[in-house]
Design a protein. Structure first.
Length: 262
């Protein structure tokens, strides 16, 4: 593909930022105000609480190229690191080297049952040489945990690729990436036998804590990681999301610990 096309694909497949549950105030301390006045979700919504794995955000982008051949790219959160056939080669974080076998396994089958032109699989690459590796491994072993996926049809992809790059970024930043819902995501995980960020609990929206103190107390139930490789240390926190992923928030230990520190 042309270089400009790769820049556009990079933009439309970047993972969006996730808001904190409580608003950040001065000196990085949280306030009692929620990022949404009415709380995380409607009271009738079901919440899915996942462990937030502390590593490097990574993505595998599988797509049909200009010759209608199935191709793939591997990227970090910000940039593309590898293209099938070594067309791009960036050793950052050993992400590409580690994820290549996973991409190759997915490549023949990911479009077999659907008329997709592009599918993006998001995972956290953790352990290895990442900054929080000590919480997961004593011998710097690397692993991954899948957490999200979205797909585009050929018409959808063609439309996006026809837009200027700033419009693609605008589309992404306004939450238009069509992420799979919980049921679709689980089916994808099972079909391709992927390791995934653990689902810790489901909770009714009306029962979810609202205050800083209650939220911190709730968070402490998940203090130890469940994805240790050969060690089991502290979890980074949790991700709380609705079934359709239209609402999603991060709740991290470091934010609440900083807030309550004397």
């Amino acid at each position: 593909m042309k270089r400009v096309d790769l820049k556009k694909i990079n933009s439309l497949t970047k993972y969006p930022s996730i808001l904190t549950y409580h608003k950040l105030g001065e000196k990085g301390r949280l306030t009692e105000s929620l990022c949404e006045e009415n709380g995380l979700l409607h009271e009738s919504d079901r919440l899915y609480v996942y462990e937030k794995v502390d590593g490097e955000n990574a993505r595998v982008v599988i797509f049909k190229n200009d010759n209608n051949e199935i191709d793939y790219l591997i990227g970090s959160r910000e940039e593309l690191l590898y293209a099938k056939g070594d067309r791009i080669g960036n050793p950052y974080g050993s992400i590409a080297e580690f994820l290549k076998p996973i991409a190759e396994k997915l490549l023949p089958a990911v479009f077999s049952e659907n008329d997709w032109a592009l599918t993006v699989i998001y995972q956290e690459s953790y352990g290895g040489k990442t900054k929080a590796a000590k919480n997961y491994t004593d011998n710097k072993t690397q692993d991954y945990r899948f957490f999200d996926v979205f797909s585009l049809t050929q018409d959808e992809l063609n439309h996006l690729m026809s837009l200027p790059q700033e419009k693609i970024a605008e589309w992404r930043d306004h939450g238009n990436q069509p992420f799979y819902n919980e049921e679709e995501k689980l089916r994808f995980i099972q079909t391709f036998d992927l390791s995934y960020a653990p689902l810790l609990i489901t909770e009714q929206g009306s029962n979810f804590p609202r205050t800083l103190e209650d939220t911190y107390a709730f968070l402490k139930n998940f203090e130890q990681t469940k994805v240790g490789i050969d060690a089991s240390g502290k979890s980074e926190g949790i991700i709380v999301r609705s079934s359709d992923r239209k609402q999603i928030r991060k709740i991290r230990f470091e934010d609440y610990e900083r807030t309550f520190r004397k």
